[in-house]
Design a protein around this ligand. Structure first.
Ligand code: ADP
Ligand code: MG
Length: 312
């Protein structure tokens, strides 16, 4: 079954005071997420990520379109019990302790008092806050608050978890902890849909990603699939310090120790190998250069900017 189906959701805000003009925060978006997937929703600031999540949570009304979550209409109250949400900048009442806050969220989701106590304790342990469960939230660091936020999102054991920028503002250790938590959720069979502008985190975690820019979807797929589509470069290494003339024009050649390394376009690979053979230079390796998600991302955003450049 599909966990999330976004069926042309669109949001246009009306901005300006005297002269209202439309602001297309999200162009009609179609997207499907399988059950059990970790799905990354990537885009720079202002791309429309939070708007999409708010629409899915029913926090803002769409201009048009709809969505289905776990096979049900997204506005169906039965859906709410099965989903968890971490907002982008969660605000919690400063003078509550982590334990009190989770108790409160447990009450909201209809847990009995007997059920609540052990669940809250287990959750505090799970997010590494057991020792500070009795400390007021105003004394918490950003990373600790983020963990409280995740704890409230998963306390009621939802099937689908939505996280808006769960790693932003965290140090590398904090990001690692959040990543581990997301991986654990996947192992429990849950679906995780999270937005981020930190590409390395998405690359390490996601089964599939979608890239959105200026409210428009620019690409969807498995990370390996997307990055392989922009390959086209190979790294070639040979022994010696000599660089054949014909190779100098193909790409930058670096001499290190007793080998030379050059990165050239894939289509010039044959020419390069032939040149080495002619000069009796021994080939050490020839490997495709793996593009990163960042390369793909930058390429996709550039395409949009170019198009806008033409229009302007
Ligand atoms: N309530 C609002 N009124 C007007 N414009 C908005 C509102 N919320 C968001 N926007 C605009 O919509 C665009 C997308 O915003 P957002 O979804 O927050 O992006 P992201 O989360 O990807 O950074 C931005 O240009 C933002 O300024
Ligand atoms: Mg946002």
């Amino acid at each position: 079954m599909l966990a999330i189906e976004i069926l042309g959701l669109e949001k246009t805000y009306s901005v300006g005071f005297w002269r209202k003009r439309p602001k297309h925060a999200l162009r009609p978006l179609r997207l499907a997420v399988e059950e059990g997937e970790i799905f990354g929703f990537l885009g720079p600031n202002g791309a429309g990520k939070t708007t999409t999540l708010k629409l899915l949570m029913g926090l803002v009304f769409p201009t048009s379109g709809s969505a289905r979550i776990l096979g049900k209409e997204w506005t169906d109250p039965a859906v709410k019990a099965q989903i968890g949400f971490l907002p982008e900048q969660p605000y919690f009442y400063d003078y509550l302790t982590a334990r009190e806050l989770l108790e409160y969220y447990g009450q909201l989701s209809g847990m009995s008092e007997k059920e609540r106590g052990p669940k809250v304790e287990a959750m505090l342990g799970r997010v590494g806050l057991h020792d500070v469960g009795g400390v007021q939230l105003r004394k918490f660091s950003k990373g600790m608050l983020q963990r409280v936020g995740i704890a409230q999102a998963i306390l009621h054991d939802p099937k689908v978890v939505f996280l808006d920028e769960p790693m932003s503002g965290l140090d590398p250790m904090g990001r690692r902890e959040v990543r581990d938590l997301i991986e654990q959720l996947k192992r429990e069979g849950k679906t995780v849909f999270f937005s981020t502008h930190i590409l390395s985190d998405a690359e390490a975690l996601c089964d599939r990603v979608a890239i959105i820019h200026l409210g428009e979807l620019r690409g969807v797929g498995a990370v390996a699939e997307l990055t392989s589509s922009i390959h086209g470069k190979v790294e070639i290494v040979w022994q010696g310090t000599h660089v054949p003339e014909s190779l100098k024009n193909l790409g930058e050649c670096h001499v290190t120790g007793d080998t030379v390394r050059a990165v050239i376009a894939e289509e010039n690979q044959e020419v390069a190998v032939e040149a080495l053979r002619r000069e009796k230079l021994r080939l050490v390796s020839l490997v495709p250069v793996r593009a990163s998600l960042e390369d793909y991302f930058v390429q996709k955003l550039k395409q949009v900017d170019k198009m806008q450049g033409v229009i302007a």
